[in-house]
Design a protein around this ligand. Sequence first.
Ligand code: SF4
Length: 244
Amino acid sequence: MGTGLARVPYYGTVPRRQKRLPLPAPPLRQWFRRRLLAWYRQHGRDLPWRETRDPYRILVSEVMLQQTQVDRVLPKYEEWLVRYPTFHALAEAPEAEVVETWYPLGYNIRPRRLHAIAREAVAKYNGMLPDDEPTLRSFKGIGEYTAGAVMSFAFGKRAAILDTNVARVLFRVFIGRGNPGSHATERHLWAISRTVLPHRHVFDFNQALMDFGATVCSARKPQCLICPMKAKCRAYPFNPEHES
Ligand code: SF4
């Protein structure tokens, strides 16, 4: 081949000497988007943070969901928003009370960070969140994932996300074997998440990725037999020994 390009089955083409890991080819991206959005329209869960575009409410839900299951988050999310409906209300509350209100979700660094973010949002941005990624990430407690979630869910921007559920889905469908937790794989998965992200329906697509990982492509018992991705999934049929 005189072009200097190596054909990579399934993924498309990458330059021979390029170390960058290959990304899904455009037809595969399209296929994946269509399948995922169709699945979401039929099976997506009805959750209160999907009914809002308020950056504060989105942030609260994202922080609560970081280490806690949806069914435990739901009642606390409602209670929290009654008590602290805005960044201003949260910023004015004493930290000890905020941590107490958080109980029993645990990992108490989370309410402290949320409280600190609220105080900074009030002090610098009039109780709002900025809508650009570098400024969002300048807040202590807003990392790459949370920034992507706020950007796409609150501000409707084309921003990728990668939480545990999303990483699992993308790893299994597009990579299939290896160590899903390595740093190199994580960077690769971020690149895949950005690549498969559509230009429209970003909110639904990112919500669908998370839902799909939580309900179909779950950690221990993925439902491969009824999965809409199985025709092209590199991990199908799932074997836990391939993830090591
Ligand atoms: S086929 Fe199995 S491993 Fe692949 S995405 Fe579906 S549930 Fe996950």
